[in-house]
Design a protein around this ligand. Structure first.
Ligand code: ZN
Length: 146
């Protein structure tokens, strides 16, 4: 399981997982000692708080995968920075997204040759909970028609 998480990002550590009703919930944490402020680029190791953030990732052995990360909010100690705190960010997911980029790629790949209704139906069976409008939006974002 740790390997699956490390493939997503080597900065993540696996904590625990639970499989329930075809859904796998994996709890992870970041192992970075320092986090770089996205606004000024200065690294910080002072933790302000942590909160749980949940998003979906690629399915595993027929189970839909939900990752729960203990996301950290850090202090930025740079007095020239216009932010005093910032949330840790990761390359595998955009900051407000509910799905990892590798899952979005998979959805696009599976949807590209069928209608968005058929795609969302097929995806719901064993990949991801997704509505047809989300499929459309993803395809639009990738500059393909739907
Ligand atoms: Zn800063």
């Amino acid at each position: 399981m740790d390997e699956f998480i490390k493939q997503l990002d080597p900065n993540l550590d696996y904590i625990s997982h639970e499989i329930n009703n075809g859904k796998c919930y994996i709890t992870v944490t970041s192992n970075r000692k320092e986090v770089t402020c996205p606004f000024c680029g200065r690294p910080s190791s002072r933790i302000h708080s942590t909160y749980n953030r949940t998003f979906q990732d690629l399915p595993m052995q027929g189970n839909k995968v939900f990752i729960i990360i203990r996301n950290r909010k850090m202090f930025c100690d740079n007095s020239d920075c216009n932010h005093t705190t910032f949330a840790e960010r990761f390359d595998f997911i955009s900051c407000k997204a509910k799905k990892t980029r590798r899952l979005e790629d998979e959805i696009v790949r599976l949807s590209i040759n069928c209608s968005s209704i058929a795609a969302s139906k097929a995806l719901k069976e064993n990949v991801v909970d997704i509505g047809k409008s989300t499929v459309c939006n993803l395809l639009k974002k990738r500059n393909t028609s739907c």
